[in-house]
Design a protein around this ligand. Structure first.
Ligand SMILES: Cc1cc2nc3c(=O)[nH]c(=O)nc-3n(C[C@H](O)[C@H](O)[C@H](O)COP(=O)(O)O)c2cc1C
Length: 364
């Protein structure tokens, strides 16, 4: 007898979505979402290193009211959790980013829309109830880049996240093995380009959609013309974090791109405290990579992040159950975060600091 397909109610943790997604996505689409670079060592470390950090419990604190509300770059968020930018949501669900934003609306999550979304930025922001930020792949064509920025601002995006960790793509073996290719009818409406390929076209390394010449000068230019706060996404090296402070961006996202580009990098759990130490409060810090539990979110906030981004789990949720899946993913994670806060004696996001962690707790 065939096993019954579980319903959303049977999904009780983020990990459950992955197994379900594998059985309802094409092998090619699943490989695209699930894969990491090369031997996927960093991809595994991203998940494992959050788990290694221990929490310090607190008792006899009144935790009968807990709020997840927080402010990042002057914007009110219902929870310190946003959906990370990810290309091509229509690979997961026919309604693509419209389903994602409907799920985010239902659960109260913010969304960072990829440059490579399969729905135009204007359509997504028109239906969004919570902040939408725009992820920018700075194009080789500067006027096109400027046009993308102006469009995103006019559409109501509240910040720009410039992805700076992808001058080239990494060695993505799962994609190669499934001969991943975008469906012929896919368009990238934010770039006004017709059918495209994100795969390398020149000497097996460079992609026509990425800019391998991007440098700090371009970021200065962008900061001088942007009307909304600019964040750099993909800062891992504390030295680069210092340069980001000097360049005048408003924030950084500690990220190794879900370990999809360079393998054998440290995990983001490892990099975050070092980056936070160098930044010393001068910029807003966010983090992503391997965050799968409410306890992971709590640890990220304790180590200096203002909010976290979630990548693969919401794409699996989207593939499994569309908007309702995305909402369930956010609800599960935020519920776990509330539980973790209660059991460590915190009732508000601004009460979360290093003393939540066992090895730095002042009483240990
Ligand atoms: C399928 C997929 C597509 C992605 N596309 C983009 C993108 O277009 N722009 C970008 O800045 N990051 C992109 N990322 C990276 C995510 O924004 C994020 O950094 C990463 O997924 C976080 O790690 P996690 O998947 O372990 O949560 C993508 C990630 C995945 C899994």
């Amino acid at each position: 007898m065939a096993a019954e397909k579980p319903t959303l109610e049977n999904i009780i943790s983020l990990a459950d979505f992955e197994a379900q997604a594998e059985s309802c996505m094409s092998a090619m689409a699943f490989a695209y979402v699930a894969g990491g670079a090369a031997d996927e060592l960093t991809m595994r470390a991203n998940c494992e290193d959050w788990k290694r950090i221990l929490l310090a419990p607190r008792i006899l604190v009144d935790v009968s009211e807990i709020s997840l509300r927080t402010e990042v770059l002057g914007q009110q968020l219902e929870m310190p959790i946003m959906l990370a930018p990810a290309a091509f949501h229509r690979l997961c669900c026919p309604d693509g980013e419209m389903a994602t934003v409907a799920g985010a609306n239902q659960a109260g999550g913010g969304l960072i829309l990829s440059s490579f979304s399969t729905v135009a930025v204007e359509e997504v922001t028109a239906s969004a109830k919570h902040p939408v930020w725009f992820q920018l792949y700075f194009q080789k064509d500067k006027p096109l880049t400027q046009e993308m920025v102006r469009r995103a601002e006019a559409a109501g995006c509240k910040a720009l996240c410039i992805t700076v960790d992808t001058p080239v793509l990494g060695a993505r073996h799962r994609e190669s093995r499934t001969q991943f290719a975008l469906p012929a009818d896919f368009k990238l409406p934010n770039l006004k380009l017709g059918p495209v390929s994100h795969r390398p076209v020149r000497s097996a390394v460079y992609s026509e959609l990425l800019n391998p010449a991007l440098s700090w000068k371009d970021i200065e230019w962008l900061c001088s013309m942007a009307k909304v706060p600019v964040l750099l996404k993909g800062v891992m090296n504390p030295q680069d974090a210092l340069l980001a402070v000097k360049t005048g961006v408003s924030g950084i996202i500690v990220s190794n791109h879900g370990a999809r580009n360079l393998d054998t990098l440290p995990s983001t759990a490892e990099a975050l405290p070092r980056v936070a130490e160098k930044v010393n409060g001068k910029l807003a810090i966010l983090v992503d990579g391997g965050i799968r539990r409410g306890t992971d979110v709590l640890k990220a906030l304790a180590l200096g992040a203002k909010a976290v981004l979630i990548g693969r789990p919401y794409l699996y949720a989207l593939a499994f159950a569309g908007a309702a899946g995305v909402a369930r993913m956010l609800e599960l994670l935020s519920t776990e975060l509330i539980m973790a806060m209660a059991l460590t004696g915190r009732t508000a996001i601004d009460q979360i600091d290093r003393s939540v962690l066992w090895d730095t707790a002042s009483h240990v």
